[in-house]
Design a protein around this ligand. Structure first.
Ligand code: PLP
Length: 463
């Protein structure tokens, strides 16, 4: 008998209470936070889907591993365990630990990029873009055109545009020090990249003598999508698929806060001896000695175990199915979401859901506030509050107005997701009453983290 219910492939040994608040309490909490969910106290949130970064639950194996942490400054046993785990999956010669993903980016780009260089990527994650631009280089996003349309359903909507990649390399000889593919494409909705696309991109890069890197934060989710959707991979294990993905690359940057299943950590891994040496010199300057790189020995242990657990098929099935489960309920009820559901999050298309709120009144931000006020859910706006502010002070509306509900790893169960769906459907049933917001105080950069806002018409809902 093949049972259909996908259960959480774990039982719960330690619990962390979450706290119900009343709608009146949430109303006050919102006012005190300046209508900015980043400024709430986490204890006032019932279900926290702000991010899947570093918010996962560690396993008993990881906690046990932490007790074995070797805190020696140099040559710690924990480092070699970590190095072995990374090498087993990626096959890269040099493994450089960092405190999180952006540190790996800064160190790699600090050595590899110079002003005026171009770095193509399916879609740069915001820290990847910021670190590229910080070096004076150009972060070029070239996803396949379908990747920019929320409604098109494709198995590998995260793919890079191979024609544009080749054109970029052909037209800019000597100015592309490396090319990257982000798996899964986080900023493009967590959409996977196919093995065929990775292989072809690698082949093009190498034909032009350009190193090819993976931004590997969600490599395990991507590997499982390949297993489910790409011909020839159904009988391979996620580990074998991941190994093949990395075999086409010359290196990778990684945030262990994602598919490292840890609360902190990351790495840079690569084959080039000279570049690795330069990166290690830089690491010593800003992160730490190359056998700990800004992490405690116990963090290295947690990541080593996490990298093994993240490739378990029952975990990956549960992970992808939890996201798709919410996506299916919302789609059936007519709530517009980015299709198809990606690996780590559901994105509600607020522009389609709230056409009565102009982009100048931030519909996705307003929707995220409504979800909190009605049900205690914290999400994140990915729209014009986040992206509308230009460096010269002008305001240009973002291409999309999305509310992202990111799933922490192994934290919530199906009943949490059922509750979540109920709240979203409730808010959807009163969507005509939701009103926009305006910004009342804003910092000069990255305003979404600390701006203060207010409802444009007195309250969040029309009365
Ligand atoms: C999170 C993330 C990063 C940066 O990692 P941090 O650990 O947050 O510094 C880089 N790329 C992608 C695709 C990510 O999701």
């Amino acid at each position: 008998m093949q049972f259909k219910t996908i259960i959480e492939p774990f039982r719960i040994k330690a619990v962390e209470p979450i706290r119900h608040t009343t709608r009146a309490e949430r109303e006050i909490a919102l006012q005190e936070a300046g209508y900015n969910l980043f400024l709430l106290r986490a204890e006032d949130v019932l279900i926290d889907l702000l991010t899947d970064s570093g918010t996962g639950a560690m396993s008993s194996g990881q906690w046990a591993g932490m007790m074995l942490g070797d805190e020696s400054y140099a040559g710690a046993k924990s480092f070699y365990k970590f190095e072995t785990a990374v090498r087993h999956i990626t096959g890269f010669k040099h493994v450089i630990p960092t405190h999180q993903g952006r540190a790996a980016e800064r160190i790699l780009f600090g050595s590899a990029l110079k002003p005026g260089d171009i770095v193509p990527n399916n879609t740069h994650f915001d820290t990847t873009r910021a670190n590229t631009e910080f070096r004076g280089a150009i972060a070029l996003d070239i996803p396949i055109p379908e990747g920019r349309d929320p409604q098109i359903i494709l198995p590998f909507k995260g793919n890079i545009d191979l024609g544009k990649l080749e054109q970029t390399l052909r037209e800019n000889p000597g100015n592309v020090p490396l090319a990257m593919i982000t798996v899964t494409n986080n900023s493009g909705g967590g959409q996977p990249v196919s093995m065929a696309n990775i292989r072809a991109a690698s082949e093009i890069c190498h034909r032009y003598g350009v190193p090819f890197f993976l931004d590997a934060c969600r490599f395990a989710e991507n590997a499982y999508f390949i297993k489910l959707r790409e011909e020839g991979y159904a009988d391979k294990t996620p580990l074998e698929i991941a190994q093949e993905m990395f075999s086409y690359a010359d290196g990778a940057t990684m945030s262990a806060k994602k598919d490292g299943m840890a609360n902190i950590g990351g790495f840079l891994a690569l084959n080039d001896d000279a570049l690795a040496q330069e990166c290690k010199n830089m690491l010593i300057l800003t992160e730490g000695f190359p056998t700990y790189g800004g992490l405690a020995g116990y963090d290295l242990e947690a990541i080593a175990v996490g990298l093994e657990e993240v490739l378990h098929e029952d975990y990956l099935e549960y992970r992808l199915r939890s996201v798709a489960y919410l996506g299916d309920i919302l789609t059936k009820a007519g709530v517009p979401i980015m299709q198809p559901p990606g690996g780590h999050a559901i994105y509600i298309d607020a522009k389609a859901m709230l056409p009565h709120i102009p982009q100048s009144e931030y519909p996705a931000w307003a929707l995220s506030l409504a979800l909190y006020l009605e049900g205690g859910i914290r999400s994140v706006e990915i729209g014009s509050v986040m992206f509308g502010q230009q460096p010269d002070g002008r305001e240009i509306p973002a291409a999309m107005e999305l509310v992202r509900l990111a799933f922490p790893r192994r934290v919530y169960t199906q009943s949490h997701v059922d509750y979540l769906a109920e709240v979203i459907l409730h808010v959807n049933s009163m969507k005509e009453q939701i009103r926009g917001v305006r910004i009342t105080a804003s910092p000069p950069v990255l305003r979404h983290f600390s701006a203060r806002l207010a409802p444009t018409h007195g309250g969040l809902f029309a009365t």
